[in-house]
Structure formats: C-alpha cells, structure tokens
Unconditional design. Structure first.
Length: 292
C-alpha cells in the first residue's frame, strides 16, 4: 500500500534556482531563506519517501493559452526541465513513476476528476525548485516523481474548494495503490506575491500567517474564499496558494506541523515553507524507533 509520509509546501521563485546554480546559499540575502531547509532534509532522512506527487502550476511552458487543462497529470518515464528563465545549468531529468501515475489517473477519473493525462511533459521552475530545495545533491534523484498541474494561467481557474477536493481524492487514491510506496506530497508556489500591474510587489503578511496557521488544523476555512478574493488578499500570483490547499488535503486528520518558515521577500514573493505529517505516522515512527 502507498503511504503518504507527509506534505511539504514551499515557494518556487525562479531566482532560488539561480541562487542554487551559483552557490549563493550563504550570501546575506539568501542565507535566511536557505537556512530553513536543513531541518526538512533531516526530516526527509527520517520519513524516507521514494515517490513524490508534485502539485504545481505550469507557468505557460508545457501548456499555453491555446490548450490549457484545468488539471493535468504526468504519466511519463521521465520529466525534463525546460524553464526558459535564467539560462540555468542543465538539471538532470527527473524519473517518473508511471505505475503510480496510471493508478492515480484511473482513481481520479473514476472519482469524476477528468484530468488530462500526459505521456510527455516538460517541467518548469515550479517543479524543479522544490526538488532542488528538498534534495540539494540533485541527481540521481532519490525519488520517482508525478507532476500534477493546476491551471493558474487562463481563467476560469478551479476554485479553492475544487482543489481541496482534488487533494482529498489524491489522498484516497494513494492509500488504495496496491504496491508499497512511501509518497511525499509537495505543494509548490505562494505565498503572497504579485509580479505585475498596479499592485506589483504586493505582499500580505497577515494573510500569509493566517494561511500558515489554518493549513495545519483548519484547512477547510480557506476553501470558502473565491479566487477573486484570494487574488485580492494574496496578489495575482498568490493564487498559487491553491497548490498548498490541494497538497494539504491529501492528509487525513489529525495533522501535526513538523516545521514552518516565512521570509519576506525572495524576489517579489513572500517565501513560505510548511511541513506537515499525519499524527498517526509520527506515532508509528516513534514506536518503530523505540523498538529498533
Ligand atoms: C516569482 C515568483 C513566482 O512564483 C514565479 O513563478 C516567478 C517569479 C518572483 O517572485 O520573482
Ligand atoms: Fe510561480
């Protein structure tokens, strides 16, 4: 059976990828941001995921305005980075997990989520940056990956309530996978940011802090916001909060916060990090450690 070992929600600002490529982790601007991640690396050592479901938003790379699925899922053997942003050094391709992809597709379509299944898929910074932050040694990547895209490019976007339901359905599907797997769910994006228009540079710290709190114990409080309200509260690109809501929804209650971090700004973004685990998983891990 597949087990969700936890959820990591993290910002994916492309400048982070540039800082990694240049080795700037200890520079004054970057240190307060990167210092949050060793605690996550230590936690990953303990929970040992072998698969990743990455809930992220493609930024017009793999999908563009001509064809834009609301939800899409990769079912490829591997995924290559093709982010056009910073002229970064090549990132080794990420291994896919077709058996689990097809299981998710079967389960989700049966639950009336009609995702677009993609046997080829290019990934952008929203996929690569969380991977590099969580596994800074890079390739060979220690996990097989499944990209799941939520449309944040072309209106109408799916609502927070719909993304929450998608996350619940992914959680149910994972627990019904017949093979053993230890899956980490990643929510990529946010927190508040707006890159253009009259409010460019907009950041809303009180709202971000509210989200960081409610995502732990009361995620359903966030699903009543309309997307127009989320954009007003979090900025146009802050709508990436939808990924965090979907990722959080894959966990069953009760949930424990393992780690969190908030740092303003990275580029134009309020950078956020939240690591969650099911309380039962923490208890099982503690008793396994005592027995060992
Ligand atoms: C920035 C943030 C993003 O989420 C993104 O996709 C691109 C740029 C930024 O703050 O620079
Ligand atoms: Fe983004």
């Amino acid at each position: 059976m597949a087990r969700i070992v936890g959820v990591v929600c993290t910002s994916h600002v492309p400048a982070i990828g540039n800082a990694i490529a240049r080795g700037w982790q200890q520079e004054a601007y970057w240190k307060p941001f990167f210092d949050a991640y060793p605690a996550v690396h230590a936690w990953l050592e303990k929970v040992r995921p072998d698969g990743v479901v990455m809930l992220y938003n493609d930024h017009g790379l793999n999908f563009f305005l001509d064809k834009l699925p609301t939800f899409a899922i990769g079912a490829a053997e591997r995924y290559s980075n093709a982010d056009e942003g910073w002229g970064l050094p090549t990132i080794d391709p990420f291994p896919g997990y077709p058996a689990l992809s097809w299981h998710l597709i079967e389960s989700l379509v049966a639950e009336e989520f009609d995702l677009t299944s993609c046997q080829e898929m290019l990934v952008d910074h929203a996929f690569t940056v969380p991977m590099q932050l969580l596994w800074p040694r890079g390739a060979p990547w220690p996990v097989r990956t499944i990209p799941v895209c939520i449309n944040t490019v072309q209106h109408p976007l799916p609502s927070a309530a719909r993304c929450y339901k998608l996350g619940r359905a992914i959680g149910r599907a994972l627990s019904a996978f017949p093979q053993d797997a230890r899956v980490l769910v990643i929510g990529s994006g946010g927190l508040s940011h707006q890159l253009d228009g009259a409010r460019a540079g907009f950041i809303n710290k009180p709202f971000d802090e509210l989200c960081l709190t409610q995502l732990v114990h009361q995620p359903e409080a966030l699903i009543h916001y309309s997307n127009a309200e989320l954009v007003r509260l979090a900025g146009t690109q802050g709508i990436e909060l939808l990924m965090w809501i979907a990722a959080r929804a894959t966990l069953s209650e009760p949930v424990v916060k393992v780690h969190s971090h908030y740092h303003i700004p990275i580029s134009n973004t309020a950078s956020g990090l939240l690591v969650l685990e099911q309380e039962t998983a923490v208890r099982n891990r503690d008793s396994e450690a005592r027995a060992a």
